[in-house]
Write a protein that binds this ligand. Structure first.
Ligand code: PLP
Length: 235
């Protein structure tokens, strides 16, 4: 496949996704501008991620820190989002590259990120990842631990907690999970008060993003749907 063909397929996929985003927003009475498309580029090399930027998609995400470092070096102008687990020994290097960390999955990590942000004399936008489906394979806070988060969120001011993030289980209706995340966000926002924004919801992937938008997603994380026809095996 040559570069022209790759760009053409990407532009087509993106146009179809845009159309569906627009329809989903309209159907739930929301403005398209309320929803950020974060393109998850883990399936493609940096050059293909670069074509997406040329098409106007500047919010890019990766699930593995090392891969994010590699691509961010190649595409420093993109706004980089980390959506997968961050090991503590990779915080320092990752923070300086990140626009938003979607996957804060423990209090220990939240504190460590706060401390590193303090070192780097900046605040870092983050989301708290919740494991709503209860699957053992997934990272994240259990919904029952919300209460324990209130005080730390008021104290750890170098992290700007934009909102919550989740992944729905593949084997059942995603909508109740998304509704639950919205409920958790509203609950936390009320308890935590004005020291954290808690306005956002990072939810919805290729298979379920329209449901997520209907439940108030502000960030949809789309990977495979953008790269259809380009990657050999879509997961
Ligand atoms: C891979 C990944 C996505 C994108 O998934 P697709 O189903 O390919 O759209 C979104 N969020 C996270 C956390 C991921 O790891």
């Amino acid at each position: 496949m040559n570069v022209r063909e790759i760009r053409e397929i990407l532009a087509n996929n993106l146009a179809q996704v845009e159309e569906r985003l627009q329809v989903a927003c309209t159907q739930s009475g929301r403005a398209r501008a309320e929803v950020t498309l974060v393109a998850i580029t883990k399936y493609v090399p940096p050059e293909v991620a670069g074509f997406l930027c040329e098409l106007g998609v500047l919010d890019l995400g990766e699930s593995r820190p090392q891969e994010l470092w590699r691509k961010a070096e190649y595409l420093p102008k993109a706004r980089w989002h980390l959506v997968g687990h961050l090991q503590r020994n990779k915080i320092e290097r990752s923070l300086s590259l990140l626009h938003c960390l979607h996957s804060v999955d423990s209090l220990r990590l939240l504190k460590a990120v706060h401390e590193e942000a303090q070192q780097q004399q900046r605040t870092i936008p983050v989301m708290l990842e919740f494991n709503c489906s209860g699957e053992a394979s997934k990272h994240g806070f259990a919904p029952s631990t919300c209460e324990e988060l209130v005080q730390p969120l008021q104290e750890l001011t170098q992290v700007r907690v934009l909102g919550l993030m989740t992944m729905a289980a593949a084997d059942r209706d995603a909508r109740p999970t998304f509704a639950q995340l919205r409920g958790l966000r509203d609950w936390l926002r009320e308890r935590v008060g004005s020291c954290q924004p808690l306005t956002d919801l990072s939810m919805g992937m290729s298979g379920d993003f329209e449901l997520a938008i209907a439940e108030g997603a502000t960030h949809v994380r789309l990977g495979s749907i953008l790269f259809e026809g380009l990657t050999q095996h879509n997961p």
